[in-house]
Design a protein around this ligand. Structure first.
Ligand SMILES: C[S@@+](CC[C@H](N)C(=O)[O-])C[C@H]1O[C@@H](n2cnc3c(N)ncnc32)[C@H](O)[C@@H]1O
Length: 328
């Protein structure tokens, strides 16, 4: 009798014994191709689950399988690591054709996988109408924005005029190459700087203190201009809109977010508003007079919801006014 005392030799003989079994080879041959539940595996093999489970336990104990739990099912796949078992399996898997049932196992596997695909398709057909509710608010998160932004060329330089604390400039971060933040308030600019310089990815940021009537930007310096919730702070529109046109390169776009006219007088002292909103027609007219083309109005669903120092609240409609500087 040969007594095996060397641990590595014991491991080898243990493994060889385990693999010297037609059913276990068939199981490994299937799990090499596809992750399967115990039920699916039993159907592929045409065997009772109890018998299959017994073999699976031995293969799992020998570290040849990885297991994943999903709901009430356990899914298994071949995972022999990178040691002796993996090396043995490389040679054995080339010889699987010699196992008589292997071909039929693969045919049944194809059928089972086709059924699985059909079930998945049926599942999505069934839930399509309710999917957005079931999937929750995934559609509003950062992932979709970043994924889509990744597809766009980031070549633009944009000026955020009256940038305030810079949240809009922050939203431009994944979309453009450079953002020039302009505001007359040193306090606002330093808040914007703090927000925007805390992360390094995406656009580069520049901060310039200055007035709308005489923007601290060179002629044609930027490809786009955004002015959000700013124009109602200004005494007059004509000169600021001409300034916007001056700093835009030919073909560049302007986007203005403004408040519809409203009656919430407390916004004057609370938020420093000079006008209680602006008539869209006046803004569009001002853009045309300043030389913009393709001027248009885009109503938006968002509401502005300011909160006053004495707990006053309001819900005010917004709009987007757009225009394009003439091409050269
Ligand atoms: C209501 S905040 C808007 C900030 C930001 N754009 C937003 O969408 O929330 C208005 C900003 O415009 C700036 N501002 C007001 N009048 C200005 C002027 N004449 N020139 C430059 N900036 C001005 C203020 O300092 C303030 O930061």
């Amino acid at each position: 009798m040969v007594i095996v005392s060397d641990p590595s030799q014991r491991a080898l003989t243990g493994l060889l014994k385990l693999l010297a079994d037609g059913t276990r080879l068939r199981i490994l041959g299937l799990l090499e191709r596809e992750e399967l539940s115990v039920g699916e595996l039993s159907r592929c093999l045409g065997m009772a689950q109890s018998r299959v489970s017994n073999h699976l336990r031995q293969l799992r104990d020998a570290g040849l399988l990885a297991e994943r739990h999903a709901g009430t099912s356990n899914y298994l796949r071949l995972s022999p690591g990178d040691g002796l078992a993996a090396r043995l399996w490389v040679s054995l898997s080339e010889e699987l054709a010699a196992v008589p049932e292997h071909g039929a196992d693969l045919t049944r596997l194809d059928l089972i996988l086709a059924e699985r695909r059909d079930r998945e398709d049926e599942f999505f057909d069934r839930v399509a109408g309710r999917w957005d509710t079931i999937a929750g608010d995934f559609a509003t998160g950062q992932a979709r924005q970043r994924a889509l932004a990744h597809l766009l060329p980031r070549r633009l330089t944009v000026a955020d005029l009256g940038c305030g604390t810079g949240y809009l400039a922050d939203a431009l971060r994944p979309l453009v190459q450079r953002v020039i933040c302009v505001d007359r308030s040193e306090g606002m600019l330093s808040q914007a700087r703090e927000r925007l310089e805390s992360r390094s990815e995406g656009a580069s940021f520049e901060f310039r203190q200055g007035e709308f009537d005489s923007l601290p930007l060179a002629d044609g310096e930027v490809d786009g201009v955004v002015a959000s919730m700013v124009l109602h702070h200004l005494p007059d529109l004509a000169r600021p809109l001409r300034e916007m046109r001056r700093v835009l390169a030919p073909g560049g776009n302007v986007a203005i977010v403004e408040l519809m006219p409203h009656r919430e007088g407390w916004l004057r002292p609370a938020l420093g508003d000079r006008h209680l909103g602006l008539e869209p027609a006046d803004v569009l007219d001002g853009l045309r007079r300043a030389g913009f083309e393709r001027v248009s109005l885009d109503p938006v669903d968002d509401r502005y919801r300011p909160v006053g120092p004495e707990g006053q609240t309001a819900e005010l409609p917004l709009y987007l006014a757009r225009g394009t500087a003439p091409a050269a």
